[in-house]
Ligand binder design. Sequence first.
Ligand SMILES: Cc1cc2nc3c(=O)[nH]c(=O)nc-3n(C[C@H](O)[C@H](O)[C@H](O)COP(=O)(O)OP(=O)(O)OC[C@H]3O[C@@H](n4cnc5c(N)ncnc54)[C@H](O)[C@@H]3O)c2cc1C
Length: 414
Amino acid sequence: MNGYSFLSVVRQALNGHKGWPVVWRSPEPKKNYDVVIVGAGGHGLATAYYLAKNHFIKNIAVLEKGWLGGGNTGRNTQITRSNYFWPQSAAFFDHSLKLYEHLGQELNFNVMLSQRGMLTLAHSLHELEGMRRWANAIKINDIDAEVLTPIEVKKLVPLIDLNCRFPIRGGFIQHRGGISRHDAVAWGYARAASAYGVDIIQQCEVTAFNISSGRVTGVHTTRGTIGADKISIAVAGHTSELARMADFRVPVTSMALQAMVSEPIKPCLNTVVMSPIIHMYASQSDRGELVFGGGADLYNSYAQRGGIPLLQENIAALLELFPAFSRLRLMRQWAGIVDITPDTSPLMGLTPVQNLYISGGWGTGGYKAIPAGGETMAYTIANDQPHPLIEDFGLERFESGALIDEGAASGVAH
Ligand SMILES: Cc1cc2nc3c(=O)[nH]c(=O)nc-3n(C[C@H](O)[C@H](O)[C@H](O)COP(=O)(O)OP(=O)(O)OC[C@H]3O[C@@H](n4cnc5c(N)ncnc54)[C@H](O)[C@@H]3O)c2cc1C
């Protein structure tokens, strides 16, 4: 892999940018692979990268029905944080944040991590008490969290209206939380995986699995049949579809989650703000746009656009907290399909089919989990047993009842 450096940028600038090498290869699919990963989102690409890097498996294909990073990985609002309540989630998501803190160097690709803080607002004394408990749990799990008074909130976010319809009583902040650039994460992993010899095959939809004596042996795709010793599913909103093809069921519902951006303005919002009660979250991108969203559309759908009523609700919620933004024009709106589990924690690990693995149920919060999700799924696939960090996130928890309820940590209701 040719490294990006200051000198290479200068050299290419003088050259009219004509000499940049291809960032990832676009090979034809082979007949057989050691591992096939379905879905070239962040999770699929990161899994391929860590399989090649940490477990020395090089004969890998990532199959993508559209274009890489065109699913939720390229549609999300980029929030990167680890302020989860339960110890299992805290350990997993903080490991992910720590990997993010060095991801730019690891991939030699700037993922533009900006640890500008993640502020969650409380609108009643009761809610503030709940947040105090949440912040204490986070701190016990060795993750940074600080409870703030309304004055401290105002100092941090000068444009916020403390006396909005549900007046702000305080909040808590994870200073290490923030945002990063979602396309860069997908592209960085794709480039690094391709350099290890991973075949990333776009425009290649998986339509069925070959299963013989309870063991998966390959996939049917729109570009022919491909054999594989091991297969992993990483398709976000389509997890239940792929599970159905392999003849088992997963407890997920698929809904559209919307996001939107305003026209760009000068820097005025220097932290990520979330309000579970007013039901919105917002940050400002490096280009100056306000990036915001709220809850999911409350009906099942595979349409990646979302409905007008929720769009209106999200805008109304933003203006409730930030009346000054009412003069801005909305520039773009879109949606992605999220697969939500009953406890809003992910599904990771083995499946009832031998040698078939799953990484899904990421709901509204799987972007921040991409590095740790990829690393732990690579271990799980290579060793045919769950990585210790994800042991509790398997499908079995829906039979045993050992749920990891992170509904509150998702931030907004769905
Ligand atoms: C609007 C929005 C905002 C969000 N905000 C945040 C946030 O701020 N922070 C956060 O942590 N998370 C956020 N999320 C969630 C996060 O984006 C996802 O959890 C994460 O990107 C999932 O990654 P993935 O790689 O599993 O899935 P994806 O990136 O969706 O990749 C799955 C890929 O599988 C492909 N695929 C599907 N079916 C097939 C098939 N049959 N054959 C081949 N390929 C197939 C799809 O085309 C897709 O490219 C948000 C999501 C949305 C929609």
